[in-house]
Each structure stands twice: as structure tokens, then as C-alpha cells.
Design a protein around this ligand. Structure first.
Ligand code: FE
Ligand code: ZN
Ligand code: FE
Length: 177
């Protein structure tokens, strides 16, 4: 995709005239991303072998539902109706998670693969929320920054928890398989 067509898709209107336009475009992208994850996380939880990994995915599903609600609050604070602009990057990341779910193999190795897929998702979200938080901060949208920061903290925590599960025991079990 060219930069011009990406910008055009990001704005819907094909224009990025100011930082408010860019903030709104990226909020719409994140709104789509969170919505996709609300569908994907139950499948990740169902596919997980380790009970700790299952519960990490289930807990993050509940948080993700809140992330969607916080974005609805962000739209409201910006005086806009909630609107999703399909996040193609998240479609790709979710598709890769789906490939892991569908694969046959050792349960511990599959768990390690599920974590690797999920951490890609969390890092993508951390990048996305970090950018929109910076835009909102620059524009003086204090309440919006507050909402985005709460979600960003939960994404970072989810990522850290996945690292702890992987390095705590799953990678070691997978190495013995
Ligand atoms: Fe999220
Ligand atoms: Zn995207
Ligand atoms: Fe997340």
C-alpha cells in the first residue's frame, strides 16, 4: 500500500489537514482493532493448553471489552459518534493467531506459539495507543489522555504477564517436548 492510499484509508475522507484529523483516524482504527480482539480472544483462550495462559487470555478479553468502551468515551469527548475504520494490520495479526490455533502438534509448543502471536498483538496496540495518547496530549485533550493511558497500562500489563508465563514455564516445557 502506498503512503498516500494509507493516509486516504486512515482518514476516510482522504485528508489529514490537522492533528485532530489524525487523532480521530487512528482512534477509528483502534476501535476496529479492539472489536476484532473481542472476537479473537475467546478462541485463543479455548486453544490454550495451560490453565494460566487460558486465564490470561480470558482476563484480557474482559479488559479488551473495556478498551472498546473507553474508545467510545473518547469519541464522545471529541464530540463524534463511534465509528470503526477496518484495521487491516489487526486482521493480519488475528489471522496469524488463527493459523496457530488450527495447527496440530505438541500442546506446550502450541502454547508458546499462541503467546508469540498474542505478544505481537499487544505490541501493536501499545504502539497505537502510545501514538494517539501523544497526539491527544499535544492537542490538550486531558480527559482523552486519561482514558487512553488506562488502556495503555493494561496492554503493557498483558504483555508483561505473557512474558512471565512464557519465560516462567511454557518455553521450558516446550523445549522438553
Ligand atoms: Fe486492547
Ligand atoms: Zn491498523
Ligand atoms: Fe490488548
Amino acid at each position: 500500500m502506498t503512503v498516500a492510499s494509507w493516509f486516504s484509508k486512515m482518514t476516510g475522507s482522504g485528508r489529514l489537514d490537522n492533528l485532530e484529523d489524525l487523532l480521530l483516524a487512528q482512534i477509528k482504527d483502534l476501535y476496529s482493532a479492539e472489536d476484532q480482539l473481542i472476537s479473537a480472544l475467546p478462541k485463543m483462550a479455548a486453544a490454550a493448553h495451560s490453565s494460566q495462559l487460558k486465564s490470561a487470555f480470558s482476563t484480557h478479553l474482559q479488559e479488551t471489552k473495556q478498551h472498546k468502551q473507553r474508545l467510545e468515551e473518547v469519541f464522545r469527548l471529541l464530540g463524534k459518534e463511534p465509528e470503526a475504520e477496518t484495521c487491516e494490520a489487526m486482521q493480519g495479526l488475528v489471522a496469524e493467531g488463527g493459523e496457530v490455533i488450527d495447527m496440530e502438534g505438541d500442546p506446550e509448543v502450541k502454547d508458546a506459539a499462541l503467546i508469540a502471536a498474542a505478544q505481537r498483538v499487544e505490541h501493536y496496540e501499545i504502539a497505537g495507543y502510545g501514538c494517539v495518547r501523544a497526539f491527544a496530549h499535544r492537542l490538550g485533550h486531558t480527559q482523552v489522555v486519561y482514558q487512553l493511558q488506562q488502556t495503555l497500562d493494561e496492554e503493557a500489563h498483558a504483555d508483561k504477564l505473557l512474558t512471565e508465563i512464557a519465560e516462567g514455564f511454557i518455553n521450558a516445557q516446550a523445549a522438553r517436548s
